[in-house]
Ligand binder design. Structure first.
Ligand SMILES: Nc1ncnc2c1ncn2[C@@H]1O[C@H](COP(=O)(O)OP(=O)(O)OP(=O)(O)O)[C@@H](O)[C@H]1O
Ligand code: SF4
Ligand SMILES: [Mg+2]
Length: 323
């Protein structure tokens, strides 16, 4: 049984300028021991998908289609409140994008952790502090951090505190949305190591790591999902996708990481390799939404949308690969 399974999810923001189609026909499954990367340019829908996967759906975002199963139970037909009460923190947890900003300067680490845990489960403060201490020791961190304020912690330690708070109840699935993007390279390594440790020690059973930084996903992930304009365009084992990319967009994305050009690397974009901008998701191009930028576009690409098509455990959504 998959820990998390999505079938044809569609979720749009209802905005004054029209519907923003941020999650379009997304299917995926997360199994025990998976460490799945989700990559793609800014605005392609990664964070929206993260929220949809745990039914954290509030206006202006609305679920328009598809089904979602968590730990074998369908949750796409349940309310956000039901899923929050029954699953958040204990079965699925998220470290949201820019979570570092959520630390209140006036609260000590232990108070922050107590708040996070009590939002999910009625446990006494004493018990939570005990659990936090044990978790810190298990992960090789000093429990004295629990008595410190955010300004007394390094950026990397703050991020680790947030991850500990999100995983203290041993959720099966952890979604980490850009957990390292605000950190320097050596600190990034500490945070990634801790996430791997959590999974090795089975505090969590699977991780979804969202980042535009494919180099990071190459270090820690076993599978990779590449998103473009709200859709999955390529999926497979991380080495297969990175060393033998098939979708033209994935090829561009990887070239941008491998290039020595600092500007391209910094922006994480492939502007020098694939000209043009990501599409407007209110009115995405018909057919394959990548066709205006694709050097291989064929006439059918402009009118027919390629579905994600599997060959073994590899999937690509591109007419070049669909017979
Ligand atoms: N509250 C909102 N109302 C309308 N549109 C939104 C809202 N939040 C996000 N969007 C739009 O939805 C699309 C997907 O956004 P999302 O934040 O999921 O992308 P992302 O891939 O996480 O980007 P980034 O890499 O910058 O974090 C974007 O076009 C974004 O502008
Ligand atoms: S379907 Fe067509 S336009 Fe889209 S990526 Fe493939 S070749 Fe390019
Ligand atoms: Mg995001």
């Amino acid at each position: 049984m998959s820990l998390l399974k999505a079938e044809g999810l569609r979720a749009y923001y209802n905005s004054p300028i029209g519907q923003v189609k941020a999650v379009e026909d997304i299917s995926l499954s997360v199994e025990e021991d998976d460490f799945i990367g989700i990559a793609g340019e800014s605005g392609c829908g990664k964070s929206t998908l993260a929220n949809v996967l745990m039914m954290n759906i509030r206006p202006p975002l609305k679920l328009y289609g598809g089904r979602l199963f968590l730990n074998g139970e369908e949750i796409s037909d349940k309310s956000r409140d039901y899923v929050k009460e029954k699953f958040w923190g204990t079965v699925i947890s998220i470290v949201p994008q820019a979570a570092l900003n959520s630390l209140m300067p006036t609260k000590r680490t232990k108070e922050f952790i107590i708040d996070v845990v009590q939002a999910h489960k009625k446990i006494s403060e004493k018990e939570i502090i005990e659990m936090a201490k044990n978790k810190f020791v298990e992960l090789g961190l000093s429990p004295s951090v629990l008595d410190l304020y955010p300004h007394e912690l390094s950026g990397g330690m703050r991020q680790r505190v947030i991850i500990v708070a999100s995983t203290i109840l041993n959720p099966k699935v952890l979604i980490a949305d850009e957990p390292t993007s605000a950190l320097d390279v050596s600190t990034q390594k500490q945070v990634l190591k801790m996430m791997l440790d959590l999974q090795r020690k089975q505090s969590i059973r699977s991780t979804i790591l969202i980042t535009h930084d494919i180099a990071i996903q190459r270090q820690v992930c076993n599978k990779l999902i590449v998103m473009y304009a709200g859709r999955i365009v390529e999926y497979g084992n991380v080495d297969d996708v990175l060393y033998n990319p098939k979708h033209p967009y994935t090829k561009g994305l990887i070239n941008s990481v491998l290039t020595p050009e600092p500007e391209v690397r910094r922006r994480g974009l492939m502007a020098l390799f694939i000209p043009g901008e990501p599409p407007n998701l209110v009115n995405p191009p018909p057919g394959c939404s990548f066709h205006p930028r694709c050097p291989f576009a064929m006439p059918r690409c402009k009118s027919e949308t390629p579905g994600l098509t599997y060959s073994g455990d590899r999937a690509v959504a591109c007419w070049l690969y669909i017979l």
